[in-house]
Design a protein around this ligand. Structure first.
Ligand code: ACO
Length: 412
């Protein structure tokens, strides 16, 4: 039995299926945060590499060889609708009533609106009238940062039942004319129910971090208050994206975080049953997994079918791993991720005994009447109009100067 080091949430990691030791008399039982429900909501419209090459100078061979991606989804509904369906499915899976929820955490960097927050939109749709509702934005790591936040609140006793959502609706603010980014991302959502447990299961430990010195490597111009009241059209975006630098930092950051959380929790690579990583690029995953001393047959992959869904990537992969029977009772899961910021993290999770849902729900998205390519062409047409209004202002000297000042401050 390996004891956790400092910073490992003080959970003792028990070998699988060993009988639980009773706490000594007079000592409080440690509260753990276990995943008891899971559900995903993938929009049905599929955008293939061939679709992308109808309006971009790109091809299937380049995209597959450089990223591993073959297709991705485009949503026909707002992000809150996807989040509500995923959360309702997770609640049904856990056999939990929405009225018994204490907390909803909405992990995303693509909120439908800035104010009000998005978690409240899910709360009202679910009828989770007793729940607190908060958004977490650390880009692609938002679900895992949200998981840490909810688990910490459960461990402190502040809440007992939480839903943690990872959702992303990137298609409306994608810079569809930039082949360097347009081929990489997709929309999607998944959610988990996290509940207090006195079993030695759930989130065992995590490493959270951020390479803020590289925050300028990924910036979406046109979203946020910096761009308000400057004669620009909000959402008329241009992406600053240094793919090669992000790639290097991702491999380093996810690798270091994975090694650190395993070290803190006294876990060796051979103890890991399944890796559920962020999926920004197949080559990044292969490098991280090799660096962690793990074989690729222990990795859950979705990147070929869904691309990079930012905050939704890890929870969707987790849900699909469960659906495919790849999570055994008592399994030890490693979940490394990175995102804009550049935020990074790795989480270790001990699964409980149950790997099948307690229940299901009929809730679903409304039907989609358009193809993914038609949805994208609609967005491109709207953006073409917006671009005429914004002109080159997104990159105008004054704005670039402002952003330069912000970047300089962030470097200080
Ligand atoms: N189709 C065809 N050619 C392309 C495309 C495309 N879609 N995109 C770029 N190219 C070209 C480039 O113009 C370049 O051409 P050149 O040599 O004539 O200049 C050539 O392909 C090579 O480009 P590189 O940038 O060197 O390609 P690389 O092998 O580095 O792959 C990639 C690029 C896929 C973006 C890679 O760097 C990567 O995956 N980076 C990490 C991205 C990432 O993880 N982003 C997630 C951010 S997290 C978040 O929070 C959102």
């Amino acid at each position: 039995r390996a004891a956790c080091g400092a910073g490992c949430n003080s959970v003792t990691i028990a070998p699988r299926r060993r009988q639980k030791r009773l706490p000594p008399e007079g000592r409080h039982t440690m509260i753990n945060a276990a995943i008891t429900g899971w559900g995903k909501c993938m929009p049905p419209a599929v955008l293939s590499n061939a679709d992308l090459s109808t309006f971009l100078d790109t091809d299937d061979e380049w995209i597959v060889s450089r990223t591993g991606m073959r297709e991705r989804r485009v949503s026909h509904v707002p992000a809150i609708e996807m989040a509500t369906v995923a959360a309702a499915r997770a609640l049904a899976c856990a056999g939990l009533d929405a009225a018994d929820l204490d907390l909803i955490v909405y992990g995303s960097c693509s909120n439908d609106e800035q104010v009000p927050n998005s978690a409240s939109g899910v709360q009202v749709r679910l009828g989770a009238r007793h729940a607190a509702a908060m958004d977490v934005n650390t880009a692609c790591t938002s679900f895992l940062y949200g998981l840490s936040s909810a688990a910490a609140m459960i461990k402190s006793g502040a809440v007992r039942n939480a839903v943690v959502i990872g959702v992303e609706l990137i298609s409306p603010y994608m810079d569809w004319d930039n082949r360097g980014v347009a081929v990489l991302f997709g929309d999607g959502c998944a959610a988990v129910v996290l509940q207090a447990s006195d079993e030695p299961i759930g989130l065992l430990g995590e490493k959270l971090g951020c390479y803020a010195d590289a925050r300028q490597t990924l910036r979406v111009r046109g979203m946020g208050c910096t761009y308000a009241n400057r004669g620009l059209t909000l959402g008329d975006t241009q992406w600053d994206f240094d793919g090669q630098e992000i790639f290097k930092r991702a491999v380093h950051g996810m690798g270091e975080a994975a090694a650190e959380v395993m070290r803190k929790c006294g876990v060796a690579p051979e103890d890991i049953d399944l890796v559920v990583p962020h999926q920004a690029n197949l080559r990044i995953i292969e490098s991280v997994v090799k660096r962690a001393g793990l074989p690729m047959n222990k990795v859950m992959l979705t990147v070929q079918r869904y691309g990079n869904m930012s905050a939704a990537t890890v929870p969707v992969a987790l849900v699909e791993a469960l659906e495919e029977g790849r999570v055994a009772p008592g399994a030890l899961l490693l979940m490394p991720a990175f995102g804009a910021g550049l935020t990074l993290c790795a989480h270790l999770l001990r699964w409980g005994d149950r790997v099948t849902p307690l229940g299901t729900t009929d809730i679903d998205l409304p039907p989609c009447t358009k193809s993914a390519l038609e949805l994208v062409q609609d967005i491109r047409a709207i953006k073409a109009g917006a671009a005429q209004r914004s002109g080159g202002a997104l990159m105008a000297p004054k704005l670039a100067e402002t952003l330069g000042t912000l970047a300089a401050v962030s470097h200080a």
